[in-house]
Ligand binder design. Structure first.
Ligand code: F6R
Length: 653
């Protein structure tokens, strides 16, 4: 269903937190506030909610809140809890209605939204126990229709929702109103879209185990709320945020219905904003500062839009595509073209550790020291080879002293039957040779017993987690052997934040940072490679990067840090935009194959792993597609044609 936007055609002149765009003609049809990160944004939203609660309390009234689950609102709830504890914010006058619950679902299940809400909010505040409501996942099917009707009637009896908090699915859903849901849809049982099921696979321990259905509040009730705030963090949300905010109102993207709401806002971080026009092509929205990065971005965008290599762009191309002021600044397309072509050319190098005895003034890395000490930080045990396997190999082959630091054990991503296979292997091996380490035997037997009887979503015992961690450790060692890395240069950091046994990780702690610091201090590297990828489904990469950033900040006054350069690669899920790339390392067809076989060493991560994320391709396929795509883009822009390329951005301390 498509709506005619002109019926409610608004151009918003907005103030956003990061970008002063009041003067800009906006393409955005929903007021959108962009924050540098989700912490600051969540605090602002929590404060708005607290304001409503206090105001209603002053009036002697109830505040009726519509709440969401998922990863997006967690920090909002954490801030509300903090305000309750430290600032005396009371929830005595609060009534809540959650958007949804899986069906069927027992409230104490790990995946239940009842459990989620209790753990994330209700058990930590003074909300009266009868005041919070969630759809009931335990009802028999025949009672659902009546329940749904009554859920809406209850909201109405309280005078409707004062505030509705929303997340957005990767497919644009709100609540579990999947694409195709109508604007007047009611609270109902919904079959979950495949994308939603894939995104939930992590919580359920595999796609096959995900609930196929959920009860969701309908779009109509959401639209009736007096105020609606939708949260979105991370680049995996960016495409649908842009479609919802700038596209036409359509049931294909249910979040776009919020264009029709009088008082709805999107509160998002810069990553989720990255596909908005004001971020992608800011020169089309307002006057911009034409620095090197902006020029590069604009010219590359132009070349790809008009489908021409950079050196063939004409004055007319610039003028006809919103870049007349850039052209006016230079006078001739030719001059801009040459400059940008050179930027691109200079980012390509087959010498990621620098080329000894060569003029390095136009190379991404320094020629000296010729033999560099390098640490590759790999959040999970396979990110090194998946994301920068070609560069990893080159650094080794070009004689650098390469260390690899595996930041987490990656144990939750090993399937139970894989762990069982290993546990039984040890048990059978011991039996055959009558190996009599009774304690070890018992541990493995118990682990095997646990795995055979394990219920869905039950948390692994520490022993099982250890076995799973060992499996991944073995695979990582195997990759290092394959690349040629010596044993003493392989470091397993097992950062403690990761070791919860569940998807939900602990926040980064001092110990995590200290472990990273110690390694950097020991190696005193000239180069650090780290995953700058913020889009992995469980946020592990972000925590791992934060730990490195904090460690580096603490160490920055050490002498050796003056000559330490930090290169960021992207993890398995995304690639840098072509205009951001500062070092592109080409690969030949043989090198691509070599990398593929390196990725194959991670057998536990092949063939539909539990945490595949949103992409059904195997990791080696994603890596190859992505590396070949980067090479194709360079070629399209008029540079040499390579088989594949790995991409890096330099992070300056
Ligand atoms: C949750 C809900 C969903 C989520 C959406 C985003 O109650 O209704 O619409 O808000 O799937 O999930 P996260 O925030 O986990 O990315």
């Amino acid at each position: 269903m498509k709506f005619n936007n002109h019926s409610k055609h608004k151009y918003f002149y907005q103030r956003s937190t990061l970008f002063n765009m009041e003067q800009a003609i906006s393409y955005e049809r929903i007021p959108t506030l962009i924050y540098a990160d989700s912490d600051a944004a969540s605090r602002a939203v929590a404060h708005e909610i607290a304001g409503i609660i206090r105001q209603r309390s002053n009036e002697g009234k109830l505040a009726v809140l519509g709440l969401a689950t998922g990863s997006s609102p967690k920090k909002v709830y954490a801030e509300l809890i903090r305000m309750h504890r430290e600032e005396g914010l009371s929830f005595q006058n609060v009534v809540t209605f959650n958007l949804d619950e899986y069906y069927p679902m027992q409230p104490d299940s790990v995946q239940s939204y009842v459990r989620f809400m209790r753990e994330q909010l209700f058990d930590h505040i003074d909300i009266p126990s009868g005041n919070w409501h969630l759809p009931d996942g335990t009802l028999p099917l025949e009672k659902l229709a009546e329940f749904c009707k009554d859920y809406e009637a209850q909201i109405e009896r309280y005078g409707g929702l004062d505030f509705q908090l929303l997340g957005i699915g990767r497919n644009g859903h709100i609540g579990f109103n999947e694409p195709g849901s109508l604007v007047n849809s009611r609270t109902r049982l919904m079959t979950l879209d495949l994308t939603t099921q894939i995104d939930a696979a992590g919580d359920f321990g595999g796609l096959a185990k995900v609930s196929k259905k959920a009860i969701t509040m309908g779009v109509q009730k959401i639209m009736e709320a007096k105020r609606v705030v939708l949260l979105a963090w991370g680049e995996h949300k960016a495409t649908n945020v842009a479609r919802a905010v700038e596209g036409s109102v359509s049931s294909d993207v249910p979040a776009s219905y919020l264009q029709l709401h009088e008082n709805a806002s999107f509160v998002i971080d810069t990553a989720a904003a990255s596909q908005l026009t004001r971020m992608r092509t800011p020169w089309m929205v307002d006057s911009v500062n034409w620095d090197r990065a902006m020029i590069k971005k604009a010219v590359i965008h132009l070349a790809l839009t008009v489908n021409k290599p950079v050196l063939k762009l004409t004055n007319a191309d610039y003028n006809e595509n919103g870049l007349s002021d850039l052209l006016a600044l230079y006078g001739q397309a030719y001059d801009i073209n040459i400059e940008v072509f050179n930027y691109l050319q200079h980012s390509i190098t087959g010498w990621p550790g620098g080329k000894p005895n060569a003029d390095d003034s136009n190379r991404p890395e320094r020629a000296y020291p010729a033999k560099k000490k390098v640490i590759i930080f790999s959040p999970h045990p396979d990110d090194d080879i998946i994301s920068m396997g070609g560069t990893f190999q080159r650094l080794h082959d070009q004689g650098h002293d390469v260390h690899v630091a595996y930041q987490t054990s990656g144990n939750i991503a090993v399937a139970d039957d894989e762990a069982l296979r290993f546990a039984e292997f040890v048990v059978d091996f011991n039996e055959r040779f009558e190996a009599n380490n009774a304690k070890a035997n018992r541990i493995y037997r118990e682990a095997a017993k646990f795995l055979k009887a394990k219920k869905d979503s039950e948390i692994d015992t520490p022993e099982v987690r250890y076995i799973k961690g060992l499996i991944r450790r073995g695979e990582a060692k195997n990759t290092c052997r394959y690349v040629g890395i010596k044993k003493e240069n392989i470091h397993f950091l097992d950062m403690p934040f990761y070791e919860t046994g569940t998807i939900q990780k602990n926040p980064i702690g001092e110990k995590d940072v200290e472990i990273v610091m110690n390694l950097i201090d020991e190696v005193q590297p000239h180069q650090i490679y780290a995953a700058g990828d913020l889009a992995d489904p469980h946020g592990t990469h972000k925590v791992c990067l934060d730990a490195i950033i904090q460690a580096v900040q603490k160490l920055k006054h050490r002498e050796y840090m003056n000559s330490c350069w930090i290169w960021l690669y992207k993890g398995a899920w995304q690639e840098w935009d072509i205009d951001q790339i500062e070092m592109a390392v080409p690969m030949s067809p043989d090198q691509v194959l070599k990398k593929r076989y390196g990725i194959f060493k991670h057998q536990s991560q092949k063939d539909g792993v539990p945490f595949q994320g949103s992409d059904a391709r195997e990791f080696w396929q994603r890596a190859e597609d992505r590396n070949s795509n980067t090479a194709k883009l360079y070629n399209k822009l008029g540079l040499a044609e390579y088989e594949a390329m790995e991409a890096f951005v330099r992070w300056k301390i």
